[in-house]
Design a protein around this ligand. Structure first.
Ligand SMILES: [Zn+2]
Ligand SMILES: [Zn+2]
Length: 269
């Protein structure tokens, strides 16, 4: 897939090529093991802060409230407690583990790292979108299987997933409010998805950013007309995942709806 992308890239995706050249020229950026996890965490908090801004503005701006799925916005104390909880889990465990995984990948020259070193051309826009979508499908499948399993086993649910279900009315930041085991496993599943697809590093970066955006949107508590599930009916979106949080059952896939339809676990939003 990578070779096919090389011949057309500079012509039809100069933006991606510029981004990729910038990354390749900075060898420190390429090899910094903590950078990816830090950027991902910051991106997630930044997106969540935007939705917190909507929550604060909601009472003064009626059109915002019109799109809320449930009436009660998160209060600032709950939001900052959640931020503190997530931050120590990242500082204590997720970031050090990400550094270890990054170091291992660099040290032993795993396939994804080799691509990072040898790929001179960025993928075409079409290839990047196709690889991104494929990664989402694979990640959605992995996530569905794990999520379905932990909900079926009370012991696994208690140690692995219960902390994510503390709030029945989700807010954007709590997409990361999970046990350390769950946070790490989600990162591993995301990386495995890119390995299964064998995508270009640029597509991998785009997939990770899209994955963060979609997980924030799943928990944001708003159903805006421009949300992805309104444009692509194969996505469940915030109402789909909100129903999972309210009933603590069904709608186990994070993004797409097909696995819940196939397994008969789809619940109404
Ligand atoms: Zn959730
Ligand atoms: Zn769940």
């Amino acid at each position: 897939m990578l070779d096919g992308a090389v011949s057309v890239t500079a012509r039809d995706a100069p933006l991606l090529q510029n981004v990729w050249d910038g990354i390749r020229e900075r060898s420190g950026v390429r090899t910094a093991p903590l950078l990816g996890a830090c950027v991902a965490f910051s991106f997630h908090v930044l997106l969540s802060a935007l939705f917190l801004g909507l929550d604060v503005l909601g009472p003064r701006v009626p059109w915002i409230t019109r799109y809320r799925i449930h009436g009660k916005p998160v209060n600032l104390r709950v939001w900052f407690c959640c931020l503190a909880r997530i931050s120590w889990k990242y500082a204590l465990c997720v970031l050090p583990l990400s550094a270890c995984m990054g170091y291992t990948e660099t040290r032993f020259g795993f396939a994804q790292h080799e691509r990072l070193v040898t790929a001179t051309a960025a993928p075409s826009l079409l290839v990047a979108c196709t690889e991104c979508f494929s990664c989402l499908l694979v990640f959605d499948t992995f996530f569905f299987l794990v999520h379905y399993t932990v909900h079926r086993n009370p012991w696994l649910f208690r140690i692995f997933h219960q902390s994510h279900h503390v709030n029945t009315h989700p807010f954007a930041l709590m997409a990361l409010d999970s046990s350390i085991v769950e946070l790490v496993s989600q990162q591993v599943l995301a990386v495995w998805s890119t390995v299964v697809v064998g995508c270009h590093p640029v597509s991998e970066i785009l997939f990770h950013l899209l994955n963060i955006w979609l997980s924030v949107e799943d928990h944001c508590g708003y159903d805006f007309p421009w949300a992805l599930h309104r444009i692509l009916p194969c996505f469940g979106g915030a109402p789909f995942h909100q129903a999972h949080h309210q009933r603590v059952t069904g709608n186990y896939a994070p993004y797409f709806t097909h696995w819940d339809l196939i397994f008969g676990t789809r619940i109404n939003t």
